[in-house]
Design a protein around this ligand. Structure first.
Ligand SMILES: C[S@@+](CC[C@H](N)C(=O)[O-])C[C@H]1O[C@@H](n2cnc3c(N)ncnc32)[C@H](O)[C@@H]1O
Length: 506
């Protein structure tokens, strides 16, 4: 696939960052002990800065990027001076004094702009993924095809996992032209092809109780038919799966005949010669789990399937009400104890929790670099609470300004990054309150309920500006700037973190 600006994407990827991340202990929670991060800044610069320390460390990336609705702000990357763009952006006007605007459909490069924004970010994000890592991207029909094509290019078609359809808005979008859209997608790719069943999750207790109705000394089990129920398989094409069992009057099963036993073959009632689901050697190894039962006067063979460790494969259509966008709004509003939309349409934390259950455990690292209101952190903290895990999160969010007339601004939250950090503070407080008395929050065993805030800024070290003409006065001024090459106002901690970030690969 080609589009205007694709070549610049590679330059953008390769241009090193001249930025740093400045620690903000005063906006953090448990700064000294936590490993969770909330980074305020443009995610392109931040992904570059994370390359060294987090290369191959992230188990799951979830992102919910702008869907390119025609009303979204699409960050204007400029590969030669992307940090400069950010500094201008945080002043909210560009170098020519123009306001940063939205990507409208009338723009001739509407789709290209979105692709140019996504390509370098997804490319750099892939480097951070662990070998078993997975990325989930929420998207709707507008950029679904563009996203799939981009991801096929970056991750490889063989790493496509699935495209889940999520029923998110049962009423449908009334403003649509032809059909009232009531779903969106979560597209998933892995860093490398994963084994079958990788995303299966443990069966729910209720499902176990309903399905595994029998019990022996090993626990709850159910009987599964041993004969292959698909008629396209049989003795004619699966010779190794066609052999007899022998069952005595008591129902004891053997692979060897004796005088009183009955021979049982995987034949169908109409005489079709079918086959078993396992070969003779495997049947011999597991003979204690093979059961014979009389059905209509004939022996039928089954195998015991135990509930312990039983998993289920998720289906590709997510219909659960907990995934509705309104549930996301409710979860957010409850934290802020408001009906006002401080943040519009956050994702449902239950959706993210269920995605996390498919591919992360214990202390895996989760990254969301379009964090919005911080749903990914909310879900991480909640899922850890449910399974006593210790997953960590890294969130990145642009300090996109909130409209001065908005509920967020009135609540003292000036940017979306402020909303994000405040939400996570509230989640932590809620969970700690709920666990008061249950968990020893001062013990070394306590879950990591904190986060460090970092903010994107120019490097602590001034850089030699090669563009400045080497005239006498300007050269002298440049030299004087480098007498001490630490930028004014920077602290020892600022410098320490920059050195750790840029030099160390843990
Ligand atoms: C659709 S929202 C994400 C919502 C989030 N999933 C939630 O549940 O709250 C996308 C977010 O990405 C942010 N964003 C857009 N461009 C960005 C960039 N270049 N760097 C960091 N964040 C960016 C926007 O400010 C917006 O809040």
């Amino acid at each position: 696939m080609n589009w205007p600006g694709k070549a610049e994407c590679f330059k953008t990827i390769q241009t090193p960052s001249l930025a740093t991340l400045r620690p903000c202990p005063e906006e953090s929670v448990n700064f000294d002990t936590t490993e969770n991060l909330i980074i305020e800044g443009d995610n392109l610069e931040d992904l570059k800065l994370l390359q060294k320390s987090y290369l191959g460390k992230v188990k799951m990336i979830y992102i919910d990027p702008p869907y390119n609705t025609g009303n979204d702000f699409i960050y204007p990357d400029n590969y030669t001076e992307s940090l400069q763009t950010y500094l201008e952006y945080t002043g909210q006007i560009d170098a020519a004094g123009r306001k940063f605007g939205t990507n409208t459909e009338a723009d001739g490069r509407f789709h290209s702009k979105w692709l140019n924004m996504m390509y370098p970010r997804l490319y750099l994000a892939r480097n951070l993924l662990h070998e078993d890592g997975v990325v989930f991207v929420s998207i709707d029909e507008r950029e679904f095809t563009g996203l799939r094509t981009l991801m096929n290019e970056i991750f490889g078609e063989e790493c496509f996992v699935t495209a889940i359809t999520v029923l998110c808005n049962p009423k449908g979008r009334s403003q649509d032209k032809y059909f009232a859209t009531n779903h969106e997608y979560v597209v998933a790719y892995s860093k490398q092809p994963l084994s079958k069943g990788h995303f299966s999750i443990e069966k729910h207790e209720d499902q176990v109780a309903a399905e595994y109705t029998e019990e022996d000394e090993r626990g709850r089990f159910r009987l599964l038919e041993l004969r292959n129920t698909h008629r396209e398989f049989g003795r004619h094409n699966r010779k190794n799966l066609y052999y007899p069992f022998f069952v005595d009057d008591e129902g004891t099963v053997s692979l060897e005949p004796d005088e009183t036993s009955t021979k049982v073959l995987p034949d169908w009632d109409d005489g079709f010669e079918g086959c078993w689901t396992r070969d003779r050697a495997k049947a011999a190894r597991d003979i204690e789990f093979v059961v014979a039962q009389q059905v209509k006067g004939r022996w039928k063979m089954y195998r015991k399937s135990y509930a312990s460790g039983a998993e289920r494969m998720l289906k590709t259509i997510f219909l659960d009400k907990r995934y509705y966008t309104e549930r996301g709004q409710k979860a957010f509003n409850q934290l802020f104890n408001t009906k006002a939309k401080i943040f519009q349409s956050p994702k449902s934390p239950y959706l993210l929790m269920d995605l996390m259950r498919t591919c992360t455990t214990s202390d895996d690292l989760i990254l969301d670099f379009f964090a919005g209101s911080g749903t990914a952190a909310h879900a991480t903290l909640e899922v850890n609470r449910q399974d006593s895990g210790n997953r960590k999160f890294i969130l990145v969010q642009l300090p996109e300004p909130c409209d001065q007339e908005s509920a967020a601004y009135r609540a003292g939250l000036k940017t979306i990054a402020d909303i994000c950090a405040e939400r996570v503070r509230r989640v932590i407080k809620k969970l700690n309150d709920e666990d008061a008395g249950k968990l020893d929050m001062d013990s070394g065993e306590r879950p990591d309920r904190g986060f460090r805030v970092f903010k994107l800024a120019e490097s602590n070290f001034t850089t030699w500006d090669a563009q400045v003409p080497h005239e006498e006065g300007t050269l002298l001024a440049q030299l004087e700037k480098h007498v001490t090459h630490i930028r004014d106002g920077r602290t020892a901690d600022d410098i320490l973190y920059e050195l750790l970030l840029k030099a160390v690969s843990r």
